[in-house]
Design a protein around this ligand. Sequence first.
Ligand code: AMP
Ligand code: MG
Length: 712
Amino acid sequence: MATPALLRAAILVVSTTASQDPSTDAAIPALQSVFETDGDGKWDVTETHIVSDDAKAMQQQIRKWADTSNNPVNLVVTTGGTGFAISDITPEAVSEIIEKPAPGLVHGMLAASLQVTPFAIMSRPVAGVRKGTVIVTLPGSPKGAKENLQAILKMLPHACALAAGMDSRSLHKGGVKKLEQEAGVSSSPAAVPSHAHNRGHTHNHGGHSHVHGHNHGSHAGHGHGLVRHAPPEDAPPATPLSNDPSLGPTRRNRASPYPMLSVDEALGRIDEFTPGSVEAERPVNEDLVGFVLARDVYAAEDVPAFRASIVDGYAVVVPKDSTTESKTLSGIFPVTSVSHAAPDEAKVLRDGEIARITTGAPLPAGANAVVMVENTVLHALTEDGAEEREVEIRAANVRDGDNVREVGSDVRKGQLLLRKGDKITAVGGEVGLLASAGVQHVTICRRPVVGVLSTGNEIVEHTTRPPSMLRLGEVRDTNRPTLLLAAQEWGFDTVDLGIVVDQPQTLEQRLRDALRQVDVIVTTGGVSMGELDLLKPTIERALGGTIHFGRVSMKPGKPTTFATVLVKETRRSSFVGEGESVVSSGHSTRRLVRTIFSLPGNPASALVTFHLFVLPALHKMSGEHTRGLPRVPVTLSHDFSLDKERPEYHRAMVSVGADGVLRATSTGGQRSSKVGSMRGANALLCMPAGPEPLKAGVKVDALLMSNIRSEL
Ligand code: AMP
Ligand code: MG
């Protein structure tokens, strides 16, 4: 069965009356029932909104739905304002924001309506695409709106999938007949599916609502988790490219059907299909380190909050007129109070009095400058000898404001402290800055939780059996500990998903469980060309996911696979931590895109491809601007042989000498099964493909996995 894609639709009612009294609207229920009854279970009306006949309001709402990078809707239908009345301006307003007109949809609606009434010529619909969203204007009468929508609804999933960026080659595979069959239409003379078929049907769907809390196709057992529908932009190809595991080894593909992508193309797809960051509010504390701010942060209060002394000394009252002219303050003054840097009641200083004050202490009211203790002499003690009674001031050039930190002079309340996109580091003082300015919560981009799963019948926990006692064929799991640590080293929380055997149902179940627990699944093994290489078929066929690439021209790592799967949001996702509230669009039926990276099983390949492909995706989800490993030019310290066909990522040590030159030395044999080739490597050298070795002294790019070693 071809899994139907679940498409998100939005209804925008354009009606000045309904905008004042929503209870008068009949269009939303009418259209919802069309989606439900005639939509073949492919639609989910996730958004509705009512605006008056106001172009700006319409445009603003449609942009809000279409322009968001976070799960835009696939279809916006407006209803109302398409006639000849003076206030009818919907087509004009919508046309202004349509990027690609779709006159075919307009034609289809008009042709169908004309069969119902000649007055159809009085409707002025427009249709088109903005970003990845298809927009259609329907007439305002619920009946007319309904008939027009019915006229085109069967064709819309296809239009929406393409508009949302689905590859047209895979969508069109199987030809027009197949597409027509899937859409439930035929190219008989009545090319436009007639609404007339639907007349008189009762819309009884046994309480099966498509609008809220529905659960199409998910079976009891995983009803609260995975959604079997692929997202529209992720609609599975009409025919999966992967092997059908039930056909056995004799009928598998003997060459990979996946197109070979360059590394850059693969990175482009990762960037395109990895979901953007999700905002969450977090308290300001040391746990904030590593997060990227999702919003600008402003100072919550003035720093200092009170006028404070910059030095240890004596608060004095400088006559007001002395601000411009320098003045020598000298003489003997009574010490009438003491101000320490501690919460205390306010002191008052009168003309001719002074107060002893410590650095950071609040200035007594009336005081306007501080004289350093170094410029004073003790003149008289109190009777018990414990306190200063009089102090002589010997200071030149004392001015109003001297040695005083004015309120807000370090940070002014409301001042921009940190920007959206800034990263909170452990060394940059960001947390301290926020703390000082009274900021107690900030909105950050959540960081994805990474699950790591090893696959293979031969793979055993590395502690299984004593040394040299493995059974024939058994292999100790090295990828899981390696990748868990690598992900943690880059600051991500991880979930150990264990080891799973090469068995379709078991693998499917483990992946389903994992999809509920983590944001990104990284698997190793099972992506080559063997009959037990089940990752691609399981993701495509069992999970309804989309494989964005399954082969990359590189060494090591050729079979690296990247896919996305759509899941229904669960209320208690494990990665929504305690004390963290996810800022969501507030709708109950959100779908979340989960990414799956299926890396090759060979340990060196797994670690190279993790750094090359998984890391940039993790960075994107975390809101980071710079993604993936930093790239620097380095000089080869010896000759390097090249692969004739594929660019190679060569594990190397980069160090810097007294001359400041970065030099790269190979860490040895590069066979992809050699775990040891990663040992001591702090960089991946980007070696081109070529017939001849690259000579010592040649410069290549290095991707830095950790700090450069210093030879000094
Ligand atoms: P595969 O991609 O499943 O064909 O595996 C390729 C090679 O990597 C085989 O030799 C596997 O035994 C080995 N391999 C796969 N997974 C792991 C792992 N987790 N740890 C160590 N070796 C592995
Ligand atoms: Mg395997």
